[in-house]
Ligand binder design. Sequence first.
Ligand code: FPP
Length: 281
Amino acid sequence: MPRHIAIIMDGNGRWAGKRALKRFLGHQQGAESVQYVVETASRIGLPYLTLYAFSLENNLRRPKSEVSFLMKLLKNYLVGNVKRMNDNNVRMNYIGRTRELPTEVQETMQWAMESTAKNTGTTLTLALNYGARTEIVDAFRRILQGLADEAHRRGCSVDDLLGAGELDGLDEDTISAALYTAGMPDPDLIIRTSGEQRISNFLLWQIAYAEIFVTDRLWPDFRGIHLLEAIVDYQRRERRFGGLNENSDEKIDTLQPISELETAIATELEPQEPVRRSRAS
Ligand code: FPP
């Protein structure tokens, strides 16, 4: 079982367009899918589900009316679903530059987080006003600020700290711990709906070894069963994290010598005699 699944929910606009409906109705239907998928995740005991609900780019590049509709939808979603989240033991969490969201939305987010904080089942993380590169920028700012604070605490300069080898301790774990997702395991599986084969600035650091599942299904048509379908597909895959298959009986010393391979390749590539067709055929 994966421990963490992240989903790029795409295709709300296309879903609406196909039905000659306004885009916002696609988003509204998309919010319904969110609840179905969250409840399935909770039923199968998935520890972490992260949903890309609203990117920094969405915030900057979509018409103001669409952005404010998405904000209203988010608020209504939280207000309308906290009880169900508690019934399903789901804990709310957020990643992104959430402080740039409208104040009343932030207040509802805070309320939903506090109201579900004691739950021990699935952690539902909504990526809001989120961009992975910005997350890395924020992580660097946090690390550098930490360095300055440490120098201040010790009554020395940052230069002194660097001279004393402070940077030797900076490793991948330092960066992971400075990201918005600190404390969460990296996603094992990333799902994208609507067929686009892109990552779109989502969790770039964290998905280094994630399996990717792309489905043509539009997000508003996505249900719990489709989450299960993606998990079954994931379970058929062999994850190697850059190593070899555990069951591999292929030993380096028994590999075919490179010279034999070269001959085999050359013969394969040599132009073949055209096959003569007999007149009778
Ligand atoms: C992509 O569809 C989806 C979004 C930009 C927003 C995702 C929002 C929701 C699923 C609903 C609200 C979420 C919560 C948590 C209540 P698109 O508009 O880019 O679709 P298109 O590519 O077909 O135009």
